[in-house]
Design a protein around this ligand. Structure first.
Ligand code: HEM
Length: 464
């Protein structure tokens, strides 16, 4: 695509301003360039200054409208499935699977989504996930050695992976297969964000190999489970894992089934673990927020003691963690885990006088609203208190899209928020910490700590 060619072909339409860059490659390299995750990055900043919040470009080999406009982003998400549909780069689809939920549309999408929503419903979070999340977190903490540096991100991955793999496949921490899957997913993640160059030795090629290896394990576990069922061993029911539940309840074909499990295993640990790591990164620079957070959790424990409860956290305890909720929202706003998503126009669409031609890609950039000074006072500052005054003019909630909006809103959001909250509860009650090496998160495009955020912890003995 060239700018001249585009203008000729779409004569008479009012396309957004912008530049189409080089033939074929377009502006993809500039768009993908890493930058601090608390900024929009040079590509976006330059173009917003030059063209405004809605502009055209040529990305991943296709003409694309990029939107940093909160209103257009809401319009896209609320018309998902009607005017717009997913259009993820082929390289990502090859890794996540052609039958994965993020690609599916219509009734198939609705059906897959309902399975995921049931699996992570609030009653199941209370009865199944909460206790296991706490156990997985405390078990990982018990392996930490004081004053010895370690990369927090890796430990956070262990906590969230152990939880999700138990609930999806009934695999326990420490089992050889759990460890094997965790390592395969780390490789899978690296390839999901790498340049899609399918040559020997590249991260992308390794990720494709990891996908094949993960699927082999999933298919074997499926076959074993079907065999066990035939032998009369039946654990299906409300205590069953997702594998058992789907085998029993759904009519998915084998590929849909495997892509669903793979997507949930992946989405279910990478995002939560990055959010936990980001929260500690931001808290490290905000003593006041840390003190208020710790005080909230000391009070929770004291209240439990007064009631004569000494055991595990309950859903009621979790619901009382209000300031922690502000920390989580602020971490996701400033950290921008999913900065943007990929969509395509199903028909010609008009918005604010601009034409978006049919089949053009469109990228709503959620991070733009999260970092917009007209929506958030001092947007680059970690300020969890802004969430306490949500109704005040400083913060507009409907521009907050950490979990997206509309039919593709994240089905794992309650699980993720709960995991991060329980992690923070035990972390601030058990440890103080210091950075062992400077490490700042880069958006590439998911936030990544180049060194995994190395920290040293010191055990606390709080008077509670
Ligand atoms: C802090 C953690 C998380 C964040 C920030 C996050 C964010 C998002 C966002 C923005 C989307 C929408 C993508 C789109 O509009 O195309 C999404 C979709 C999705 N997420 Fe999450 N997510 C998180 C945790 C989880 C967890 C824990 C799971 C599963 C266990 C999960 C599973 C999914 C799935 C399956 C979809 C696809 C939904 C669909 O296409 O309808 N996510 N997530």
């Amino acid at each position: 695509w060239s700018l001249k060619g585009t203008e000729k072909r779409y004569k008479g339409l009012n396309l957004p301003p912008g530049s189409m860059g080089w033939p074929l490659l377009g502006e993809t390299i500039a768009f993908r360039k890493g930058h601090p995750c608390t900024r929009l990055g040079e590509y976006m900043e330059k173009r917003i200054n030059k063209y405004g919040k809605i502009f055209k470009s040529n990305l991943h080999g296709a003409p694309t409208v990029v939107s940093a406009d909160a209103e257009l982003n809401r319009f896209i998400l609320h018309n998902d499935g009607r005017l717009f549909e997913p259009s993820w780069p082929t390289s990502l689809v090859n890794i996540l699977g052609k039958k994965s939920m993020i690609i599916a549309s219509g009734d198939t999408h609705h059906y897959l989504k309902s399975l995921a929503i049931n699996f992570m419903s609030v009653p199941r979070l209370c009865s199944h996930f909460l206790g296991d999340a706490e156990q997985s977190i405390l078990q990982t903490f018990s392996t930490w050695v004081e004053h010895t540096p370690f990369p927090l991100k890796e430990e956070a991955i262990k906590m969230s992976f152990n939880l999700i793999v138990k609930h999806i496949l009934s695999k326990k921490p420490g089992e050889p297969e759990t460890e094997q899957l965790r390592k395969l997913f780390m490789c899978f993640m690296r390839g999901a964000v790498a340049m899609p160059i399918n040559l020997p030795g590249t991260a992308y090629r390794k990720a494709l190999k990891s996908r094949a290896a993960i699927l082999t394990i999933i298919y074997r576990l499926m076959a074993e489970r079907i065999h066990q069922k035939k032998d009369g061993w039946d654990e299906i029911g409300e205590d069953s894992d997702l594998l058992g539940f789907i085998l029993e309840q759904s009519n998915l074909d084998a590929e849909q089934f495997a892509d669903l499990l793979l997507g949930l295993l992946f989405g279910g640990h990478e995002t939560s673990s990055t959010a936990m790591t980001l929260a500690i990164y931001f808290l490290g620079d905000s003593r006041r927020a840390l003190e208020e957070l710790r005080e909230e959790h000391i009070q929770i424990v004291k209240l439990k003691k007064e009631r004569g409860e000494t055991g595990a956290l309950t859903w009621q305890d979790y619901k009382k963690m209000e300031f922690t909720r502000c920390i989580v929202s602020e971490t996701l706003r400033l950290g921008n885990l999913i900065r943007f998503v990929h969509r395509k126009a199903r028909s010609n669409v008009q918005f604010q006088g601009y034409d978006i031609p049919r089949d053009w890609n469109i990228i709503p950039v959620f991070a733009a609203a999260h970092l917009d000074p007209s929506l958030h006072d001092e947007p680059r500052k970690f300020n969890p208190w802004r969430w306490q005054t949500l109704s005040a003019s400083t913060t507009r909630d409907d521009s907050y899209m950490a979990f997206s909006h509309g039919i593709r809103r994240c089905p794992g959001q309650e699980l993720a928020k709960m995991e991060i909250t329980i992690f923070l509860h035990h972390f601030v009650l058990n440890f103080d910490w210091e950075s062992a090496e400077l490490d700042h998160p880069l958006a590439s495009p998911f936030p990544e700590f180049p060194k995994g955020l190395p920290i040293k912890v010191h055990k606390l003995s709080l008077d509670m």
